[in-house]
Ligand binder design. Structure first.
Ligand SMILES: [Zn+2]
Length: 360
């Protein structure tokens, strides 16, 4: 019985949390009676509105924006098709399977505009909805610009991960001068399986994700796999810091550089990856630097080789040309440089040149 009561209370809370404040907005007989959004993480956001006028309502639009790092604030609009009437209820589902998903903790701003046959028009105040993963009861721990969210394991588990995160930040600042510009949210799922449940069309081998534009990381780490967790935390946090550092409106980093720096930050290459690399070299099946500049293969073995090679390329550049050249390369990318241009400018060779130097 007690369980039932508390469950009901929980459902009520969730329900109240997603109802936006019904600021009764009215202009000359035209009114928005109600508007709400329901979060069905990670699949959907369900928006609905109820509106009324003394003449027919002729137009309803939903406007929404996603909070993330960008150079141009993009507002999306949804037009509703309906039979004009004095009372209209409209709803729309944002299907993430069509657009790609949002990370946990992201925030979406939205407002409605409604017009009637007299030409009267009302617009609701922009409201924010937080897209949380309500499948778990999250606890949180904040230190400086880093907040860790977790739900399995005790506080010492979270503290251990926090100390890894803080060490990574210190080391990156020393090695590359890159510092966190935005606060970062790190979601620790208790397993890879739980993490996959937070993603849209995930690749099965995904153990961690850096949503660089959202300054958010999600990793699957069970409290008894801390060793793996330390590497994963280092890897994903490095992605975030490097992306904040090189963020520009023109160009992204080549994948091998992005992944290679994150792998290099983890420490020595794992033996299984060293073996893959040796095997590919012996069989002459190494991937070209040019192909490694695009997103990696969805096939596990091929992508593992791509990661191993990326590590090796970055290690090659740093040990032969030094840390300062790597910094110069990142600053060149920050200016929006193309892949070949950046390498040529800093090292004097392009991607093909790097390919043959590295192979020899
Ligand atoms: Zn990565």
């Amino acid at each position: 019985m007690i369980k039932k009561v508390s469950l009901l209370a929980l459902i009520l809370c969730l329900f109240l949390a997603v109802l936006s404040p019904v600021s009764v907005q009215a202009v000359d007989g035209l009114a928005i009676l109600d508007s709400s959004v329901e979060v069905d993480f990670p699949l959907k956001l369900n928006f609905s509105v109820s509106t009324q006028s003394d003449v027919n309502i002729t137009e309803i639009r939903l406007h929404y924006t996603v909070d993330r790092m960008s150079y141009a604030q993009v507002t999306s609009e949804v037009y509703f098709e309906f039979v004009p009437a004095t009372t209209v209820e409209a709803d729309w589902s944002w299907d993430m399977r069509k657009t790609g998903g949002l990370p946990p903790g992201s925030s979406v701003g939205y407002w409605w505009t409604v017009e009637d046959a007299k030409g009267d028009r009302i617009e609701t105040k922009p409201t924010k909805v937080q897209v949380d993963d309500a499948r778990y009861s999250w606890r949180s721990l904040t230190e400086g610009k880093v907040t860790i969210y977790w739900y399995e394991g005790d506080e010492s588990f979270a503290r251990e991960l926090m100390s890894v995160a803080q060490q990574v930040l210190v080391r990156l600042a020393e090695d590359t001068g890159a510092v966190l510009e935005q606060p970062v949210n790190i979601y620790i799922y208790a397993s890879a399986q739980d993490l996959l449940g937070a993603m849209i069309f995930p690749q099965e081998w995904t153990g961690g994700v850096a949503y660089t534009r959202f300054s958010t990381i999600a990793i699957g780490i069970s409290p008894d796999s801390l060793d793996w967790g330390r590497r994963a935390m280092t890897h994903e946090l490095t992605h975030l810091v490097i992306h904040q550092m090189v963020f520009n409106p023109y160009n992204d980093l080549p994948t091998w550089l992005d992944e290679g720096i994150a792998m290099y930050a983890e420490g020595a290459l794992e033996p299984v990856l060293v073996a893959l690399l040796d095997k590919a070299e012996a069989e002459d099946s190494l991937i070209s630097v040019r192909s490694l500049s695009s997103p990696f293969s969805a096939y596990a073995e091929e992508s593992l080789l791509a990661y191993a090679q990326s590590y090796s390329l970055v290690e090659f550049l740093i040990s032969n040309y030094g840390q300062s050249k790597m910094l110069e390369l990142l600053s060149t990318f920050r200016q929006g440089s193309g892949y070949d241009e950046a390498l040529l400018k800093v090292y004097g060779f392009d991607m093909d040149g790097l390919d043959s130097l590295w192979r020899s």
